[in-house]
Design a protein. Structure first.
Length: 213
């Protein structure tokens, strides 16, 4: 019997194949036959692991989302280990969701493709909603923690602040994908975006962290 690790590896290879195909040519390119060619296996083996194309696509999408959140989680842990204030940690983590290099541009294309599918596919819509809720939840938790350490004013609504910051990051991601070098305030958008995020974080986190004193 193949080991569980072998099954996990096969699923991971198929998910990566979907990601590459969708990032390059869109969702319609990620057929079961195309995924099999990318992986170098039979169509039957892909169907053994994923009886339907929708199951394959959803697995690949959720795996990509989990990888993004895992990267952000590692940055948060590193920031906490370095005793950085929450505002600095968020400023480092949130641009991880921006399409500023080839890999993240591919992730953005995949994410946008699935968001389009979510308009008429409730299962994909639920997956997209869960990922967005996790991002908002982590930001809201950061705001709440900021109140405890002195970075955030006590009257700040954590959920409202999280909704604003999450929407800002998502909106800037759209612009950065289309026109990363468009001049904004005399500098390319890729630089202006960081300044915009810095300003909004300073608005919500105006205080000084007392946690590490």
């Amino acid at each position: 019997m193949p080991r569980t690790a072998d099954h996990d590896l096969r699923r991971a290879q198929m998910a990566q194949a979907v990601r590459r195909l969708v990032a390059h040519d869109g969702l319609d390119a990620a057929t079961v036959a195309a995924v099999a060619r990318e992986v170098g296996c039979s169509v039957g083996l892909v169907q053994h692991y994923f009886p339907s194309k929708d199951e394959l696509l959803l697995f690949a999408y959720e795996r990509m989302q989990a990888a993004q959140l895992d990267r952000v989680g590692r940055l948060i842990a590193a920031g906490e280990a370095d005793q950085q204030p929450i505002r600095a940690i968020l400023l480092r983590c949130m641009p991880e969701l921006w399409p500023l290099d080839e890999d993240r541009r591919g992730e953005y294309r995949v994410d946008r493709a699935f968001h389009a599918r979510a308009l008429d596919n409730p299962t994909v819509a639920q997956a997209a909603g869960r990922a967005a809720a996790v991002v908002r939840g982590e930001i809201a938790r950061a705001v709440t923690n900021g109140k405890e350490c002195g970075e955030v004013e006590s009257g700040t609504d954590a959920e409202l602040a999280a909704a604003e910051l999450a929407a800002l990051v998502a909106g800037l991601a759209d612009d950065l994908y289309r026109e990363p070098d468009r001049p904004v305030g005399g500098v390319p958008l890729r630089e202006a975006a960081t300044a915009i995020l810095t300003a909004r974080l300073a608005h919500h986190f105006p205080g000084t962290c007392r946690h590490y004193r």
